[in-house]
Write a protein that binds this ligand. Structure first.
Ligand code: PGA
Length: 251
């Protein structure tokens, strides 16, 4: 059985005041989330504060990005070991905003993935196609290429201690969610592809959906057999919505 996972990607949002209120809101309602593992990914500078506020709760912390290097003269970078040191469990790598706005390649993303695992973090590796790629009918090729970069660098077994997030780029922040069937088709493709390497890994790895997931559409998406949770942007900034998505995966 794969435990559902709902991760909130707060992106570059928040202040000390608003983030304290957001965490308080999540803590106040977390008992209603029965089965899902809940994770929040604040901006780097707020991570220690959020980790402290969440101490003693079941909510885990994740970072939104990580360096591919271990330590040294890499101005502006944050190492996976530092994230582990301050109590992070997860880290997002290869988010489409990193890939498309900052030019991060498949190979670079794979190195970040490997660096995260080496430090004991669980990487959440994002894959997904642009609108024009979907329209061209090459969604599966794009997702396969993005996954192959990780598998060829870190090996198929690495995915057993990782999470995959399928995020169609056209659905992120647009209010245009993939239909449950569209998402399920790609999730099943991903699991099938992994099964070609190792059926046990394919059966165990959690594959999240991301892209305009919200309190209203979560239950239907999460009911699909290969959708094991969500990577949630906008809706994760509102405690009630984030918690409702977590509750949508209650048994
Ligand atoms: P969204 O973002 O839920 O606001 O579409 C999802 C993501 O970018 O992870």
């Amino acid at each position: 059985m794969r435990q559902p996972l709902v991760a909130g990607n707060w992106k570059m949002n928040g202040t000390t005041e608003s983030i304290t209120a957001l965490v308080d809101g999540i803590k106040a309602g977390i008992d209603a989330v029965k089965t899902a593992e809940m994770v929040v990914c604040p901006p780097y500078v707020y991570l220690p504060m959020v980790a402290a506020l969440l101490q003693g709760t079941a909510v885990r912390c994740g970072a939104q990005d990580v360096s591919d290097r271990e330590s040294g003269a890499f101005t502006g970078e944050v190492a996976a070991g530092m994230l582990a040191d301050i109590g992070c469990k997860y880290v997002i790598v290869g988010h489409s905003e990193r890939r498309n706005l900052y030019g991060e390649s498949d190979a670079f993303t794979a190195r970040k993935f490997a660096a995260a695992r080496k430090a004991g973090l669980v990487p959440i590796v994002c894959v997904g196609e642009l609108l024009e790629e979907r329209e061209e009918g090459i969604t599966e090729q794009v997702v396969a290429r993005q996954l192959d970069a990780v598998i060829s660098l870190d090996g198929i077994a690495a995915l057993e201690s990782a999470v995959i997030a399928y995020e169609p780029v056209w659905a992120i922040g647009t209010g245009k969610t993939a239909t449950p069937q569209q998402a399920q088709d790609v999730h099943a493709f991903i699991r099938g592809k992994l099964a070609g390497f190792d059926s046990k890994v394919a059966e165990r790895v959690r594959i999240l959906y991301g892209g305009s997931m919200n309190a209203a559409n979560a239950a239907e998406l999460l009911s699909m057999p290969d959708i094991d949770g969500g990577l949630v942007g906008g809706a994760s900034l509102k405690p009630a919505d984030f918690l409702a998505i977590g509750q949508a995966s209650n048994d």
